[in-house]
Design a protein around this ligand. Structure first.
Ligand SMILES: [Zn+2]
Ligand SMILES: [Zn+2]
Ligand SMILES: [Zn+2]
Ligand SMILES: [Zn+2]
Length: 289
């Protein structure tokens, strides 16, 4: 008898629950089997998708009465909002140009999230394609203090170097360097000969002052006239030396190239005429500072 009554009571409560469900779908009343007398007032917490900043979750339930959270509407599996969190979504990156490429310089683009503006990877943008504007760097002999070079070419638009004017063989300043050359010696009198004493002269490099061989100048005896040119005086030797260092001498490329006076490369190369690699390197260093 009692059992039947109890069963009827439970049936009534369940029926009430079903009625409540039918009347207001978001607020369902269920009996909590673990806590006698308490009937949950379930509110559904609707599912939300994760964004790249805020975690989403599947739908779960909250009882406004006891404050507990449940995975299911019937209140059988308890949970917490933290446990319901889904992983964050990946950023929706889009490549954004930070710096436009030019013919001379690479550009830069960076990943930016369209939702939260967070930045990701960055990568260079290739230099713009262009018709190379070539100037030739004149051939130049090495000295003991400067590197010479064969003729090579330079694009004033993109600063690339080429071995050939047809721009098929790329090169670098370093690659075009010829080894240092020999000293440029001239004989310099150290001690003038006299009637009674021999003099002395030495080889001296016009560029670096390095000394080479030393030899004796015969004394100014009566029999001194036999085609001996060594008695040149100090001053005239120095004059010859200066002539030898004239950089514009014998350079077929010196008067070269384009009439573009604003171009610092052409200007400097023309000024120094025979110092291709050396001058280009100087300009490069200056530009980098
Ligand atoms: Zn409750
Ligand atoms: Zn984002
Ligand atoms: Zn170019
Ligand atoms: Zn030298």
């Amino acid at each position: 008898m009692n059992r039947n009554l109890k069963g009827m009571a439970v049936g009534l409560v369940m029926a009430a629950g079903l009625v409540a469900t039918a009347m207001s779908p978001s607020k369902v009343v269920y009996a909590d089997e673990n806590e006698s007398g308490h009937i949950h007032e379930m509110e559904i917490i609707g599912a939300a998708e994760s964004s790249c900043q805020i975690a989403g979750h599947a739908a779960y339930y909250h009882c406004a009465d006891c404050g507990k959270y449940y995975k299911d509407e019937a209140g059988t599996t308890e949970t917490t909002p933290e446990d319901e969190n889904l992983p964050l979504k990946e950023h929706s990156y889009e490549w954004v140009v930070v710096k436009e490429a030019t013919a001379k310089e690479e550009g830069l683009e960076q990943q930016v999230c369209t939702e939260c503006q967070e930045t990701g990877e960055s990568r260079p943008i290739e230099k713009l394609a262009h018709a190379h504007r070539m100037e030739s760097i004149p051939a130049c002999e090495s000295t003991c203090i400067t590197h010479g070079n064969h003729v090579f070419y330079h694009c004033v638009e993109c600063n690339q170097f080429f071995k050939d004017e047809a721009e098929t063989i790329p090169t670098t300043l370093e690659g075009e360097k010829l080894p240092y050359g020999d000293h440029n010696y001239a004989w310099v009198v150290i001690k003038e000969p006299t009637q009674t004493e021999a003099g002395l002269e030495t080889q001296m490099c016009a560029y670096c002052r390095h000394r080479g061989d030393t030899r004796r100048i015969p004394s100014l005896a009566p029999v001194q006239n036999n085609n001996d040119k060594k008695t040149t005086d100090n001053k005239s030797v120095k004059k010859n030396t200066a002539k030898n260092t004239d950089p514009t001498k014998d350079n077929p490329h010196a008067s070269a190239k384009t009439g573009d006076n604003t171009n610092i490369f052409v200007w400097l190369v023309t000024m120094a005429a025979c110092a291709g690699v050396t001058v280009m390197e100087t300009v490069k260093k200056r530009n980098m500072n």
